[in-house]
Design a protein around this ligand. Structure first.
Ligand code: HEC
Ligand code: HEC
Length: 256
C-alpha cells in the first residue's frame, strides 16, 4: 500500500529529523566540555554501571543515594574506600587509585549546585533556582545570627530536610514551611518532632538521631528564619529570578 515515492519521502523526513536533532544536541554551548580525566571517569561510570544503583538529578537506579552533589559531600578518603572495598550494598569494585581520581573528576564535573541539589525528583521546575537562591540569601544574613543558628543551617542542609521542606511554602509532599514552625510549636513540641519525627504524617525520625545540641541548633536556626522571613523571602525571589531552573541546563548526555 506504500508507494516507493512515499517511502522515499518518509525516509527523507526521518533523515532530516535526525540531522536537526543531532545539531540541536551537539551545538548546545551551555556546557563546558569535560576534561580528559573526567571523560575517563565517565567511561568507568558506564563500565561499572554505577547508574543502575545511583541517580544524577533524580534519574537512575534507587539502591544507592543520588550522586549529583556527591563531590561536595563525600571526601576523598571515603570515596576511595567506597570504590575499593564498598559499603553495605555498594559492591567492592577494587578500583585502582588512578581510576578513583578519574571518577572523582567526573563526579566533580557533575556537581553543579547552581542548577539544583539533586532533588528534582521531589521538586517542581523552578525549585532548583529557588533552593539555591534561598541558601544564598540565608548565608548572607547568617553571620549576624550567631553560631547556633549557623550550625542549625548546616544540619538542615546536610540532613537533606530540603528534599521535603521547601523555603517559605508548603511542599507537594505536605511538608510545612519551616520558617513558621516556631509560631506553631512550643519549644518542647519542636524538640519532640526533631527527635521522633511524625512518621504517620510523613515526617521521618531523623536517622541517625539528632543530639540535644543539634536539636537546639536547628531550633535557633528556625527562630532566625521566622525573624528574617520577609527579608529572606524577598531576597530569595530576587536571586531565583535570574536562576530559573531550566531542564536544558542539565548535562543529560554526559551521564546516560
Ligand atoms: C549494586 C549497587 C551499586 C553500584 C553498582 C554502585 N553503588 Fe555506589 N553505593 C551503593 C549503595 C547502596 C551506597 C550506600 C552505601 C552506604 O551508605 O553504606 C553507595 C554509596 C556510594 C557513594 C557515597 C554516597 C554518599 O552520599 O555517601 C558514592 C560516592 C558511590 N556509591 C559511588 C559509586 C560509583 C562511582 C559507582 C560506580 C563505579 C557505584 N557507586 C556503584 C550502591 C551501588
Ligand atoms: C520525607 C519528607 C521529610 C523530610 C526528609 C523531613 N521532613 Fe519535616 N515534615 C515532613 C512532613 C510531611 C511534615 C508535616 C507532618 C504533619 O503534618 O504533622 C513535617 C513536619 C516537620 C516539622 C513540624 C512543623 C510544624 O509546623 O508542625 C518540623 C519542625 C520539621 N518537619 C523539621 C524537619 C527537619 C529539621 C528535617 C531534617 C532533619 C525534616 N523535617 C525532614 C516531611 C519531612
Amino acid at each position: 500500500m506504500c508507494e516507493p515515492k512515499w517511502k522515499k519521502r518518509l525516509l527523507a523526513v526521518l533523515v532530516l529529523c535526525f540531522v536537526v536533532q543531532s545539531s540541536l544536541v551537539y551545538s548546545d554551548e551551555r556546557h563546558e566540555p569535560l576534561s580528559e580525566e573526567a571523560l575517563a571517569g565517565r567511561a568507568l561510570w558506564h563500565r561499572h554501571a554505577c547508574q543502575t544503583c545511583h541517580q544524577f538529578y533524580g534519574q537512575g537506579g534507587f539502591l544507592g543515594p543520588d550522586l549529583t552533589n556527591a563531590a561536595s559531600r563525600v571526601d576523598s578518603t571515603r570515596l576511595a574506600s567506597l570504590l575499593k572495598v564498598g559499603s553495605g550494598q555498594m559492591p567492592a569494585l577494587a578500583l585502582a587509585d588512578a581510576e578513583i581520581a578519574e571518577l572523582s573528576a567526573f563526579l566533580g564535573a557533575m556537581d553543579r549546585p547552581e542548577i539544583g541539589r539533586g532533588q528534582l525528583r521531589l521538586g517542581s521546575e523552578g525549585q532548583g533556582g529557588l533552593q539555591a537562591g534561598f541558601e544564598t540569601a540565608v548565608a548572607e544574613r547568617l553571620p549576624e545570627a550567631g553560631a547556633a543558628a549557623a550550625a542549625g543551617f548546616d544540619l538542615v542542609r546536610t540532613r537533606v530536610c530540603s528534599a521535603c521542606h521547601y523555603p517559605f511554602r508548603a511542599s507537594p509532599v505536605g511538608a510545612p514551611d519551616l520558617s513558621t514552625a516556631t509560631s506553631r510549636l512550643t519549644a518542647d513540641s519542636l524538640d519532640l518532632v526533631l527527635t521522633s519525627g511524625r512518621p504517620l504524617k510523613g515526617m521521618p525520625p531523623p536517622i541517625p538521631p539528632l543530639a540535644p545540641d543539634e536539636r537546639a541548633a536547628i531550633a535557633a536556626y528556625l527562630a532566625f528564619l521566622a525573624a528574617e522571613r520577609d527579608e529572606l523571602d524577598a531576597r530569595m525571589q530576587a536571586l531565583a529570578g535570574d536562576r530559573r531552573f531550566d531542564w536544558r541546563d542539565l548535562p543529560w548526555w554526559e551521564f546516560p
